[in-house]
Each structure stands twice: as structure tokens, then as C-alpha cells.
Design a protein around this ligand. Structure first.
Ligand code: AAL
Length: 431
């Protein structure tokens, strides 16, 4: 009994002490809050800080000061993308026999924009790469099978006049006899160079297997002279780019020709759904090569087609569709080590911006405000074809268009409903 009373007493004393302590703690706290009001803040402030505040920060708050600007609306490497239908291209009433895709970046020569692209004009629409074994000289497997490289000109980047073929398929067995596709342009020392994919079999047969060829001309109107095949050769047997060097994309940087290219890997012949996409860099001092691949390739592990541009002293890139970092703009100070600069929405596919300083060897890249892209699903599954389109944006240091810096992109409900439900949703018991 005595022992219990003793414990009770001790308990009462402990409670009294703790109340007294907590009061003095409160006094101390309110004192320190008063003091802190005149001192540096210890919590993240209401007004956006221009510099990283010297307070403990969460990982997300730390990261926001690694970007161009902490507010995305002020970030020079963030933009919305707006789209406009091109005028002047005929698609045979959308019957799938005419397709235009994978535009080059347009260039401006004497007040006229020039553009090169993959054109397919076949008797029938593509049958699909699963059926590549059934493709013939007249039946294309994919949308980019049995194609040639055509070009068009424009005064405003919206209305285009198709001028004719620039580079056509050579005779069998020369490289590219099956299809020449996905061109991009380089202007170097007053000459024009077209880099493109050269197929020697219907794509889909053993993969999307093709290396890069090059042709050159004194004028953007041609005539084009064949300058070499396999200029960006495949990697060795166990290397990521062992059977594809796609989407060649040249830039003049640090006095040299930097060609970014793409390869899907971890894929063929039987692993298609587990594919990954990487981008490599190959550097040359002469447009016809030799091109040396960068030892750190792949320099980008997200994105599909290649879109790179000189920005400030480094190189920026748009990564779409594939990889953990898809739908991002990235920046590197050296053209090799890229970091995310912003997340973007409704991005242009196969974006080919008009970049006035892509070939000027600038060390102060200014960015761009418009370009061309493609939509690969213009037709129906049985009448597949692609169309080219124009996009506008504000990724330029020389313009400031608040409309392009809005962060919300609102699709109509139909766009969401069209995506369907997926098998788990259709089978509630399986959840
Ligand atoms: C494109 C590009 C390459 C591929 C095919 C045609 O969008 O990535 O060019 O080979 O698809």
C-alpha cells in the first residue's frame, strides 16, 4: 500500500514538472518565433526565391533550383506545342497509298524554306511489319518501306509546294535499293548533305535493319551525288546499336559535325515488346566521315526520333514517347551528359524544328519557335499512312510568348474515352 502511495506521489510530481517545462518551452518558442521574424526564414517562403534558400530542403525543393528557373513558366526550356495543318500536300483521299513522314529540319535559303521527307507512293497501303515476309516490289511492309526522299519549298512554313524527288532508291543491290527514308540535312561549307536510312530489305523482316547513307549537293534543289553508305556503322554483335543507326540528326558543334542517331535495342528478333530506345552520338570533321562514335553512347536513354539543338553553350534535346524520361526536354553542357530541363506535354512526334543556328557553330544557341513533325496514324489500320504537320512553341531565347508557357493542356473528354479500358478493367473479378 505504502509503495503504491509513494508511486502516486512521484507521478503527481512528474506531471507538475512536465507542465512547468512545457509552459517554459512555449514561452521559449514564442520568443524564438518573434526573433525569427526578423531573422532568415527556416521554412520555405511564400514568395518564390530566386536562389536556393539556405534552409533544410526536401529532395523536390532542392531539385527545383537545378532547373533553368524554379518556376516552369520562366524556364526557357519549357513550352507548350500548338499544331497547324499544312497546305499543299495531297494524300490521295487518305486511301493509304500516299504517305509523307519523318521531315528533315527545314532550312531557309534565299528567303525560301526547304524541307526533305520520306514519301511513299505505292499501289497498296503497307501490310504491316509482322507480314514483312509477304512484302513484294509493289507491296510495302511498313509505312517507310518502298520510299524515296522528296522535297518541298515554302515561303511561310505552312503552305508547301512539293518539288519532286531528291534522293531515290538506287538499283539493287546498292544500299538503299529497297527504301530510302528519314532524311535530315546538314549545311557545311556552302554544300548541302542529306543523311538518311538506307534499307536493303523490307523493314520488319529481321528488324528495322538499316544503316545511314549520305548524299550531297551544291544547291538545295540538287542534283544529289551519292556520298557513301554505312557512314554511321552498326555496333558490334553485343552492342546496343548492333543492327540500327536510325534518324541521323546533324548539328555543327565545337567546329565538328555531331550526328545524333537512334537505335531500338533489346528487341530483335523475338523480343519486340521488351524493346528500349537509345540515342548515340557520332562525331566527324568531314561530312562524309569517318564518324567516330562517342565512348559514352548511348548519350540518351529516352525518346524516339532524334531532336537536338544548340542551346546557350551546350545542346538541348526533346525526348518523346520512349523511356523513363519520355516527354522531357533535356540539356547538356557538352552534348553528351544530358539532364532533364522540363517535362512537356502534347509533344511533336519526329520533331524537326527550324533552327537557324544549327550549322553556324554557335556557342550561344538561341533555340526555336516552330518546326515540322508527323502523325503516323492519319489513316485507318488497313489504310495506314502518315501526314506531316507544323508545330509552334516558345523554346527560343529571343521570344517570350506567355501563351506557350501555360502549363495546362486540355484535351476533349473524347480523347480520354477513346483510350478504352484495358483488360483489367474489363474483368473486375481479376483485380
Ligand atoms: C521513324 C524513325 C525511323 C524508323 C521508322 C522510320 O519514326 O524512327 O524512320 O526506322 O520510324
Amino acid at each position: 500500500m505504502k509503495l503504491i502511495t509513494k508511486f502516486k506521489k512521484i507521478g503527481v510530481i512528474a506531471i507538475v514538472i512536465s507542465i512547468l517545462l512545457s509552459c517554459s518551452d512555449k514561452e521559449n518558442k514564442s520568443e524564438s518565433i518573434e526573433k525569427n521574424e526578423t531573422k532568415a526564414p527556416t521554412m520555405f517562403p511564400f514568395k518564390m526565391p530566386e536562389k536556393k534558400p539556405n534552409i533544410p530542403l526536401s529532395a523536390a525543393s532542392e531539385r527545383m533550383f537545378d532547373y533553368d528557373q524554379p518556376r516552369v513558366q520562366d524556364n526557357e526550356l519549357f513550352s507548350q506545342f500548338k499544331y497547324t495543318r499544312l497546305k499543299g500536300f495531297d494524300y490521295n483521299n487518305g486511301d493509304g497509298t500516299v504517305s509523307r513522314r519523318d521531315p528533315s529540319r527545314p532550312i531557309l535559303v534565299d528567303g525560301t524554306y526547304y524541307l526533305w521527307y520520306t514519301k511513299r507512293h505505292t499501289k497498296v497501303p503497307p501490310i504491316g511489319w509482322n507480314r514483312a515476309a509477304e512484302a513484294t516490289d509493289e507491296i510495302p511492309s511498313t509505312d517507310w518501306d518502298l520510299c524515296d526522299i522528296w522535297y518541298a519549298t515554302s515561303k511561310d512554313g505552312i503552305t508547301w509546294e512539293e518539288q519532286g524527288a531528291a534522293v531515290t532508291r538506287p538499283e539493287k543491290p546498292k544500299s538503299g535499293w529497297r527504301s530510302v527514308a528519314t532524311p535530315d540535312i546538314l549545311v557545311w561549307k556552302g554544300k548541302y548533305y542529306l543523311y538518311y536510312q538506307a534499307f536493303d530489305e523490307p523493314s520488319g523482316l529481321r528488324g528495322d535493319l538499316c544503316p545511314v547513307s549520305v548524299s550531297y549537293a551544291d544547291s538545295p534543289n540538287g542534283p544529289w551525288t551519292h556520298g557513301g553508305d554505312k557512314v554511321i556503322p552498326f555496333g558490334k554483335e553485343n552492342e546496343w546499336d548492333r543492327n540500327a543507326t536510325h534518324d541521323p540528326h546533324p548539328i555543327v558543334y565545337k567546329g565538328k559535325i555531331y550526328v545524333y542517331y537512334k537505335a531500338a535495342y533489346n528487341k530483335w528478333p523475338d523480343n519486340r515488346t521488351n524493346y528500349a530506345v537509345g540515342h548515340g552520338l557520332a562525331i566527324a570533321e568531314d561530312p562524309l566521315g569517318p564518324f567516330e562514335k562517342h565512348p559514352l553512347n548511348p548519350v540518351m536513354q529516352s525518346g524516339h526520333e532524334t531532336t537536338y539543338w544548340p542551346f546557350r553553350g551546350g545542346i538541348a534535346a526533346l525526348a518523346i514517347k520512349d523511356g523513363n524520361e519520355r516527354e522531357t526536354i533535356q540539356y547538356s553542357e557538352d552534348g553528351v551528359n544530358f539532364k532533364i530541363a522540363s517535362g512537356v506535354s502534347l509533344t511533336p512526334t519526329a520533331a524537326a524544328p527550324f533552327i537557324p543556328d544549327a550549322f553556324t557553330n554557335t556557342s550561344n544557341g538561341r533555340g526555336f519557335t516552330w518546326g515540322l513533325c508527323h502523325f503516323v496514324n492519319a489513316g485507318t489500320p488497313k489504310k495506314g499512312y502518315s501526314i506531316m504537320a507544323r508545330f509552334d512553341c516558345d523554346l527560343s531565347l529571343d521570344y517570350d510568348e506567355p501563351l506557350m508557357k501555360k502549363t495546362g493542356v486540355w484535351h476533349k473528354p473524347e480523347v480520354y474515352f477513346q483510350q478504352g479500358m484495358g483488360s483489367i478493367g474489363k474483368n473486375p473479378e481479376g483485380r
